[in-house]
Design a protein around this ligand. Structure first.
Ligand code: NIG
Ligand code: FE
Length: 405
């Protein structure tokens, strides 16, 4: 494998604030090298520095011109539902006319309508849909990503989702407790099935388990039962919680030692304080808040209080039809009071922490995976500044150009 030298870059940018996960002021610390280079060898970054210190390189080295460009770590999307079939464009129109997201769900639409489409797609159809979505994510600069099941809710489709994610290079999360499918009478009898019949197979593929703890989905007791069984089976734990109501998700996440609690649009000061004093990451999904017209999660309060804050898209067909971490970063800065540097660390280093990969991805530093995003502008902050702008020019994965505009 030949080496790749990205040279004459206007900026090389990397989060710098010590060991992951980053909290408080450390979230804002960046290392910016002007007129710099990045050398990639064997799929990893081997050297980073200013052009004046580059010297002569021996051996077979491909070169990429970085003039006028800023390089930053490949982005890490730690919360997506990218493995789905079909769409919900009809519901989108209904919501635009005033229908509520929870109301559509209660009427058998919402998540359950994507369950019908996903079950009907077949394994090949599902894999093809995921490849398409994954390509969209890459074109926005995402090089490491998680995707959840939760649109099968039967054994075969849940496992097909997890395999599709794994085979496409993502981190699979078993969202076996997303909704109660219509063939079950209630949440408890569905959980009997999911934990008895699906978990033993899911645990061979998934890295983590997730639950939707919310009115109309699973309550705190049911979430506890699901998560305890998943933890026992060896999975890391995640929760969708406080999206519409505070229902004890944060306390449960802390008690069970979960990796993260995600959403938090409804979280008040008590929840902020609990999270700040814990090792559970707060994964904020501002696109979902925007898309559903809800208030934004309390990002500024969480960062200032010292919580571990990460940022993700929540890409899914119902509540966040958006695969762009740069858009999430823009919203973080314009709607949630985060600094651009905080937003960047939240969807690189801290998101990598949520996925258990902080030693490998999320920084432009020797030893890290050679996953880079090159922007067609000389200032990396355009990524958040230009709302909906398309400045990702080149995406490098494992030292190879994976995508070019
Ligand atoms: O994170 N809230 C629950 N799950 C997803 C939405 C899934 C859907 O609407 O299809 C979310 O917002
Ligand atoms: Fe989600």
């Amino acid at each position: 494998m030949s080496a790749l030298l990205v040279r004459d870059l206007a900026q090389v940018v990397s989060p710098a604030g010590g060991r992951a996960p980053l909290r408080g002021a450390a979230l804002r610390e960046l290392r910016v090298v002007e007129n710099g280079y990045v050398l990639c060898e064997g799929g990893r970054i081997s050297r980073v520095g200013g052009m004046s210190g580059l010297g002569r390189l021996n051996g077979d080295v491909r070169e990429l011109d970085g003039r006028g460009r800023a390089a930053l770590p490949g982005l890490v999307d730690c919360h997506t539902h990218a493995c789905f079939a079909g769409d919900r464009v009809g519901e989108f129109e209904l919501r635009a006319g005033g229908a509520g997201y929870e109301e559509l769900h209660a009427a058998g639409g919402g998540i359950l309508s994507t369950v019908r489409a996903t079950r009907a797609a077949g394994e090949d159809g599902l894999a093809a849909a995921l490849r398409r979505h994954r390509a969209w994510m890459r074109a926005c600069g995402t090089t490491t990503w998680e995707a959840k099941s939760g649109y099968g809710l039967d054994r075969d489709t849940e496992l097909a989702q997890l395999r599709a994610v794994r085979d496409a290079g993502g981190a699979p999360t078993w969202l076996g407790a997303h909704a109660v499918p219509p063939e079950f009478e209630d949440a408890d009898s569905y959980l009997d099935f999911a934990l008895g019949e699906v978990l033993p197979e899911a645990v061979r593929i998934a890295e983590a388990a997730d639950v939707f703890l919310e009115r109309g989905a699973f309550d705190a007791l049911q979430a506890r039962r699901y998560l305890e069984a998943c933890r026992e089976a060896g999975l890391a734990l995640r929760l969708h919680a406080d999206q519409f109501t505070e229902a004890g998700g944060i306390g449960l996440a802390i008690e069970l030692g979960a990796r993260s609690v995600d959403h938090l649009e409804a979280t008040g000061p008590g929840g902020v304080g609990l999270l700040a004093a814990s090792d559970v990451a707060a994964v904020l999904l501002p696109v979902a808040a925007l898309f559903l017209g809800r208030s934004m999660p309390p990002a500024r309060a969480l960062v200032d209080a010292g919580a571990i804050v990460a940022l993700a898209t929540d890409f899914n067909p119902g509540s966040a039809y958006c695969e762009s971490l740069p858009v999430a970063m823009s919203l973080a800065c314009t709607q949630m009071g985060m600094a651009p540097a905080e937003a960047l660390a939240a969807c690189t280093v801290n998101a990598a922490h949520v996925l258990g990969r902080a030693d490998r991805v999320g920084r432009v530093e020797p030893g890290y995976a050679a996953d880079l995003v090159l922007l067609d502008v000389p200032d990396w902050r355009y990524l958040a500044y230009h709302l909906g702008g398309e400045h990702v020019a080149v995406v490098i994965e494992g030292g190879d150009v994976a995508w070019e505009r």
